[in-house]
Write a protein that binds this ligand. Structure first.
Ligand code: SAM
Length: 321
């Protein structure tokens, strides 16, 4: 899936010139049209704040790669750009190096292309295989006005939730006490701390992720707003009470932590919960959580994951004490 700016046809010309002047149009993809609308492919980390308000919205739709850019061989899989590193989700074993070299050539500033051989273990680290460029997994990534040091060898990171993180940061009110239970290098916590005056406890059991988070707090001059904690979130959460908002971004296992975390959440407090699953299983999960005293505020798909599964963002309010 690819982010596009959707406008009515009559507004397309002004939207395109705005995107071009701000360097936000992704020339590696084609502009798409239907009867009434035009869809302009956006650079990966572009947000509505970068574009400015107007008669448009950002939507996730299937992107069509501009073949001229990826000649002579077209890479038909998806990939993530993290700073100057590209991570391909899948590479045809027979053509992988050639495809990676093409990506290096046509995506200016790329220093390395890896293929993702899977995310493993409690720390959700990526198993990466170098296909082209330097074997360097440390990079600087920019998101929503923040700068992150990322080390793909040491800690999990994905740029795919950049818009989601921005949306959550906009929901937060000044003064909230927030616990980010699976914080990684801190993208949820820092997106919130950038624009809101909150006390945020950011927990991760991977102490190398917490060290990177500490560096990221300094890089973004957000000292004092975010408290990094290395440890098991299921244990650590019990040390806090009267929490206004708990964020759980551990999409395959977060359900195992909900019961443990609920006593720490205030009455009417918010749970931002992420899960990768099928529609049917998400419905069952919502029933389960309802029985635990959580009322659904919204459910949205963040991105597709497999043929039947998607990453869901679910927000709940605690209604029983
Ligand atoms: N929220 C971050 C983000 O958006 O990039 C990281 C999300 S990553 C999917 C999940 C994180 O949870 C990993 O950094 C992993 O180390 C951490 N984790 C896994 N099990 C944990 C546990 N029991 N307690 C605390 N952190 C845990």
């Amino acid at each position: 899936m690819k982010k596009h700016l959707k406008t009515l046809k009559k507004d397309a010309e002004s939207a395109i010139s705005k995107l071009k002047s701000r360097g936000m149009l992704d020339h590696d993809f084609r502009i798409k049209k239907d009867i009434d609308h035009v869809y302009m492919p956006l650079k990966d980390n572009c947000t509505i704040d970068d574009i400015g308000s107007g008669p448009w919205e950002i939507v996730d739709i299937e992107g069509v790669e501009n073949e001229r850019k990826i000649m002579p061989q077209k890479y038909s899989g998806s990939y993530d750009t993290i700073g100057d590193i590209i991570v391909m989700k899948y590479a045809d074993p027979e053509r992988s190096v050639e495809l990676a070299e093409n990506l290096m050539k046509y995506r200016k500033g790329t220093r390395a292309v890896f293929v993702d051989r899977g995310i493993k273990g409690e720390f959700r680290k990526r198993s990466l295989e170098l296909l082209a460029g330097e074997d360097r997994r440390v990079t600087t990534y920019r998101e929503n006005g923040l700068i992150f040091k990322v080390d793909l060898d040491k800690a999990y990171f994905s740029p795919r939730l950049a818009t989601e993180r921005l949306m959550i940061s906009k929901e937060v009110n000044d003064g909230e006490f927030i616990v980010d239970m699976f914080a990684g290098v801190g993208p949820f916590s820092l997106n919130i701390a950038r624009t809101r005056k909150c006390r945020i406890v950011a927990i991760d059991s991977n102490c190398e992720a917490i060290s990177l988070l500490e560096e990221n707090i300094k890089i973004n001059r957000l000292d004092g707003n975010v408290v990094p904690v290395c440890g098991d979130a299921g244990e650590k959460i019990t040390e806090y009470t009267d929490v206004d908002r708990i964020i759980m971004n551990l999409p395959h296992e977060a359900h195992l932590f909900v019961e443990k975390a609920l006593p720490s959440l205030k009455h009417k407090g918010t749970l931002n919960y992420y899960e990768i699953n099928t529609v049917e299983n998400i419905e069952k999960r919502m029933e389960e959580f309802r029985a635990m005293g959580l009322e659904l505020v919204y459910k949205r798909v963040v991105h597709g994951y497999s043929k039947l599964e998607s990453m869901y963002s679910l927000e709940f309010r605690k209604v029983s004490v």
